[in-house]
Design a protein around this ligand. Structure first.
Ligand code: AMP
Ligand code: MN
Ligand code: MN
Ligand code: MN
Length: 278
């Protein structure tokens, strides 16, 4: 089974349209695919339509920003009903927080001598959603940095001028929105938060206590060791495991749709719990 349950279109910080991303998943013969834009479901009807045309198994998804232990944690909502009011109300709240944050990042960058940062960033967004990736792209275009990695390090994280802290909603709240929409809640890329293993395990437990469903054990960046560790921790506390490339379509990123490591033998795979079978 080739399952990719994490990807982005230009409705958030991806490069391609939802239809184009679905076409890529079809080309590499995904058995099941999901589009999971940041804090919006606006690209899903286009994606679903293209998937139906191609007879590709598709499940609607979203990647929601949540706040746990003073940091941003991404939670995937998989197999969601996009017409659910509770979910949409939560997503609108996050979209509002994003707008406020964009203003703050713009001010921070101005203090660092970068003029009209927000205006210059806005024009890079095809759909109005502003992510830090858009700021990063702007800073690279304007010649402040040469690549994504250095731009995040020099401008957008830690104590740097364009860094901000957003108090997104808690695990309980975000999981509640996803469940209200009939979806499954999954912690995205658990090894990307710069946390110790002890802390990651604590995050898993608290996620489980908040009725979360699973963790993304297999990503494009995972080592074999990380996949095994994560799958074992998940199994110990009865969380399901998921698999996703986090494809954005950026150049030089070397991540393609469906480019994932082997899925370990396991009886707690999330795709056996989703309603996608044709
Ligand atoms: P946002 O959700 O607006 O805070 O933007 C977060 C997005 O920025 C993530 O989903 C990644 O796509 C990207 N990102 C975050 N940190 C880095 C990094 N160090 N290098 C490259 N991209 C990053
Ligand atoms: Mn992203
Ligand atoms: Mn993420
Ligand atoms: Mn993502």
């Amino acid at each position: 089974m080739k399952v990719d349950l994490h990807s982005h279109s230009y409705y958030s910080d991806g490069v391609y349209s939802p239809a184009e991303v679905v076409e890529l998943a079809n080309q590499v013969k995904c058995d099941l695919f999901s589009l999971t834009d940041h804090d919006t479901t606006d690209g899903l009807s286009e994606a679903q339509q293209r998937a139906d045309d191609l007879s590709l198994n598709f499940t609607p998804g979203v990647e929601i920003s949540a706040f746990w232990n003073n940091r941003t944690i991404h939670i995937l909502g998989l197999d969601i009903n996009i017409n659910n009011d509770t979910l949409q109300k939560g997503l609108r709240q996050n979209q509002e927080l994003r707008k406020e944050r964009a203003e703050k990042i713009g001010l921070g960058l101005r203090r660092a001598g970068i003029k009209e940062a927000l205006d210059k960033t806005r024009v890079l967004s095809k759909t109005g959603m502003i992510t830090r990736t858009h700021f990063a792209q702007m800073l690279i275009r304007e010649g402040y940095c040469k690549d994504m990695k250095s731009v995040f390090r020099r401008f957008l994280t830690g104590k740097k001028p364009g860094s901000t802290i957003v108090e997104w909603s808690s695990f309980e709240e975000v999981i509640g929105w996803i469940h209200a929409a009939g979806g499954h809640a999954v912690i995205a890329h658990p090894f990307r938060y710069r946390m110790t293993q002890t802390k990651i395990k604590r995050m898993f437990s608290e996620f489980k206590e908040a009725f979360g469903d699973g963790v993304e054990a297999i990503t494009a960046m995972s080592s074999e060791q990380e996949i095994n560790l994560c799958s074992n921790w998940a199994k110990d506390i009865n969380l399901l495991i998921s698999s996703g490339s986090d494809y954005h379509g950026w150049p030089n990123q070397r991540i393609n749709v469906g480019s994932l490591k082997e899925v370990p033998k396991s009886d707690n795979l999330i795709w056996n719990h989703l309603s996608w079978q044709r």
